[in-house]
Design a protein around this ligand. Structure first.
Ligand code: PMP
Length: 354
């Protein structure tokens, strides 16, 4: 740290993204990316867009917002575009966290960091039993709330009725529902933004629309909430989504059916892999996301992670109290998952004979 760094950031802990090693080709099951590459139409749209990269992009993301409004059946002033959903989540902490922000104690690791970074109080709410969020724990919270739905890294899904109960019982605070993984089988709470002025919903194209590297995310809410968030966005970086990102997002939305079919394929693979892991003696939390959270009594999570890595397969292990036995496995293509299962079986056999 230099002696010039603002003292308020002295103890800021940065987010650790999943590793992206370049030393060799890995089967990447560690950052919840889509195993399916962007469609030809998206590639062509980006190729066109880059020809005008000497000009600033549209700061209002007009075409992308218009198409998002059409596909998701909201008004144009009820949606904003971001440089990935991390960006809108950070703004939400800053904009609506004056009384503090509550979030599940086991959830997306960025939430406590957003709280700290935006100088708001973060309040982790413990999970119960098998790492489950209890919706009633968030009723009359007296603070803003952020919940990933489905949650990460467990994949647990709260139905829209449970979300609505939380939103309804906190009329004086904003409830943020982070739907990064909603397209893999959950039912979105998006229609509720028409009914509740305190619901902010975030989405990303990083997983469902094969655009993790393009950085395209969305915020949905009533127009007043959107205006607040937009004030922050335009005070930081009005050109937050590049022209290539906007073009990619627009082309992907125009082929939404294709991407939804990809999500469905991922969800089917997830169920196959879950059953295979259960048959091998793993505990696996039920998941409606594009990942599984699994532990095995014969091998600690870190060792499983390391052994898989040695075999060229990356999964995510969190060095965190209470979940060290687990690894999070992103769902890849059926072929990748066959290789993963073969590696897991070999590792378990070797472990038994060790
Ligand atoms: N929310 C959750 C729960 C996530 O797991 C992620 C991905 N790391 C994000 C939001 C952010 O995704 P992105 O910034 O790529 O849109």
């Amino acid at each position: 740290m230099s002696r010039f760094f603002h003292s308020r950031y002295a103890s800021l802990k940065q987010y650790t993204p999943g590793e992206q090693p370049r030393d060799k080709a890995y089967i990447k099951l560690n950052t919840n990316e889509s195993p399916y590459p962007p469609s030809d139409r998206v590639v062509q749209a980006v190729e066109q867009a880059v020809k005008n990269a000497h000009l600033y992009c549209d700061p209002s993301c007009t075409l992308l917002r218009r198409e998002a409004a059409r596909v998701y059946q909201v008004d144009m002033d009820e949606v904003l575009c971001f440089n990935g959903s991390d960006e809108v989540l950070s703004f939400a902490f800053s904009a609506f966290g004056e009384d503090g922000v509550a979030y599940p104690a086991l959830s997306y690791g960025f939430y406590p960091i957003f709280a700290r970074m935006n100088l708001v109080e973060g309040l982790p709410i413990p999970l119960v039993g098998q790492m489950r969020i209890v919706p009633e724990d968030y009723h009359q919270m007296g603070k803003a709330i952020v919940i990933a739905n489905p949650n990460a890294p467990t994949g647990q899904f709260l139905p829209p009725e449970a979300v609505e109960g939380i939103v309804r019982s906190n009329p004086n605070h904003v409830v943020v529902i982070d739907e990064a993984y909603i397209d893999f089988g959950g039912q979105s709470a998006l229609p509720l933004i028409k009914k509740y002025e305190n619901l902010l919903l975030t989405r990303t194209f990083s997983k469902s629309h094969s655009l993790a590297g393009a950085r395209v995310g969305f915020g949905f809410g009533c127009k007043e909430l959107m205006r607040d968030i937009d004030t922050l966005r335009c005070s930081v970086n009005p050109y937050n989504v590049s022209s290539m990102g906007q073009a990619a997002g627009l082309a992907a939305l125009e082929e939404n059916g294709y991407y939804m079919a990809c999500c469905k394929a991922v969800a089917q693979t997830r169920e196959t892999v879950r059953n295979q892991l259960l048959n091998l003696g793993f505990s696996v939390t039920p998941s409606l996301a594009n990942f599984l959270f699994a532990s095995h009594p014969d091998i600690p999570g870190e060792k499983m992670y390391q052994r898989l890595r040695d075999k060229g397969i990356l999964v995510r292990w969190f060095n965190q109290e209470g979940i060290r036995d687990f690894v999070r496995i992103s769902i890849g293509s059926p072929r990748q998952m066959e290789d993963f299962m073969t590696a897991v079986q070999t590792i378990l056999q070797e472990e038994r004979h060790a």
